[in-house]
Design a protein. Structure first.
Length: 437
């Protein structure tokens, strides 16, 4: 009887997975799990068989990694509070086809807040864990910072907004390529790329597998499953889809090991039959030898609704952090300078003297090495001063006006936004320095 029951569940599970895979290829299968990372990885592996080997190499790498072997990770060999915080610069590519999809900076920040809360175990719901899981809950000591310097060295706020003609994006990664209506990745050795947009019906999010090409490396999220406000929609309105997908991006598997009673390669997560739908409570029915505790459906790597997940385990933390060790696939990120500069201030429309708008011409703008300032129509400004400030308000160039048309050399400027002022009356004239590639 037990054997019959097992076979029945086994066959059902595989029929569902097969159904998911087929549906994903056409429209995305999300009704079952909310996450299509596994299906995406399978399809990518058929296109790039080298990924299978990379996945195996990763398992060997993690097995050989000792928790104490990476000096950058551990201060003085002290576990727990001695762990070094890993900071990951993040760029969010917002692709929008309608005004509604153009999510705000506030919504982007709300997502980063959730990541920094959940990866640092600062969420209050962790206190509601059942006693038998409490000791397993981990502060991963991983934080996410908005990129402040873009790949070209220009100041940035870590967000790219881009209008697209695509009404939605599918699982074929179009969202990751400018030539296909998406937006090109920033260097994956320096930034975590998060793409947000309207996805095929049913798709909520997916992550690239470890070893993916750099232009595809990152996570993709539906615009209504991102952050905690604005377009975020229940049951994916608490930012946990990104927490889950970044878990994959850092090498974690689904807690059920993506097969019936499978292995997620993490020792302290109990085995479970499969994904937990919805938002259960209490102890689930025992299965796969997890009778002591039932399923750990509150783990971020299950697919329970946002409101019902609240923990990574110590084992998951170690697995994620192993990727940053010397020779690991995320090691380069430790050396990223992507968040080392000051955040570009909020773009503000600075007032400009009306007579200057009409009578001073600055060109070209954006400019590379030289700008021409023509004050010919503004009357005699001889002796007035031209001043250029950077986005931090620092004076980077000044020159007296000696002729109606003057050229100024800005070749030494770093790429970015500057403010040009003329004389005492002038307030600001926006100038963009952009070196030609
Ligand atoms: Zn997943």
């Amino acid at each position: 009887m037990m054997v019959q029951q097992f076979m029945k569940e086994f066959i059902m599970r595989h029929l569902i997975l097969l159904f998911c895979l087929l549906t994903f290829i056409t429209a995305g299968c999300l009704a079952q799990t909310g996450c299509t990372s596994k299906e995406y990885s399978k399809i990518e592996s058929t296109k790039n068989p080298g990924l299978v080997q990379k996945a195996q190499d990763l398992e060997s790498f993690i097995k050989n990694w000792s928790f104490y072997s990476e000096p950058r990770m551990v201060a003085s060999g002290i576990e727990g509070n001695g762990l070094a915080v890993i900071k990951i610069p993040v760029v969010v590519h917002v692709l929008y086809n309608s005004v509604e999809q153009k999510i705000t900076e506030e919504q982007v920040r709300s997502q980063l807040d959730v990541l920094n809360r959940d990866y640092r175990m600062l969420n209050t719901s962790v206190t509601e864990l059942p006693d038998y899981f409490k000791s397993l809950a981990a502060d991963c000591f991983i934080e996410f910072t908005p990129a402040t310097i873009d790949p070209q060295g220009r100041p940035t706020r870590g967000i790219v907004w881009k209008k697209t003609n695509n009404s939605y994006f599918g699982s074929d990664d179009g969202i990751k390529f400018s030539r296909r209506g998406g937006d090109d990745a920033w260097d994956a050795d320096r930034y975590l790329n998060i793409w947000v947009g309207k996805l095929s019906p049913g798709m909520v999010g997916y992550s690239s597998p470890i070893g993916a090409s750099k232009e595809k490396d990152g996570i993709v999220l539906r615009y209504s499953a991102f952050g905690t406000l604005g377009t975020a929609t229940a049951p994916y309105n608490l930012g946990r889809t990104a927490v889950h997908e970044i878990g994959h991006w850092l090498g974690l598997k689904h807690i059920w090991g993506d097969r019936f009673c499978g292995d997620d390669e993490v020792a302290d997560t109990p085995p479970q039959k499969g994904p937990t739908p919805g938002c259960p409570s209490g102890v689930t029915a025992a299965a796969c030898d997890n009778s002591a505790s039932g399923s750990m459906y509150m783990n971020f790597m299950d697919v329970t609704y946002d409101a019902c997940t609240n923990m990574f385990t110590n084992g998951q933390r170690d697995r994620m952090r192993a990727l940053f060790a010397e020779g690991g696939p995320r090691h380069a990120l430790l050396y990223s300078q992507g968040s080392s500069g000051p955040l570009l201030p909020m773009p503000v429309e600075l007032p400009v003297d009306s007579f200057l708008i009409q009578s001073v011409i600055v060109y070209p703008n954006p400019a590379d090495n030289t700008i021409t300032v023509n004050t010919g129509a503004a009357g005699d400004l001889t002796g007035d001063r031209i001043r250029i400030h950077n986005h931090l308000g620092q004076l980077v160039l000044q020159s007296n006006i000696t002729a109606k048309t003057m050229q100024l050399n800005i070749s030494s400027f770093r790429n970015g936004l500057y403010y040009l002022k003329i004389g005492a009356k002038s307030k600001a004239y926006k100038l963009v320095k952009a070196s030609l590639p």
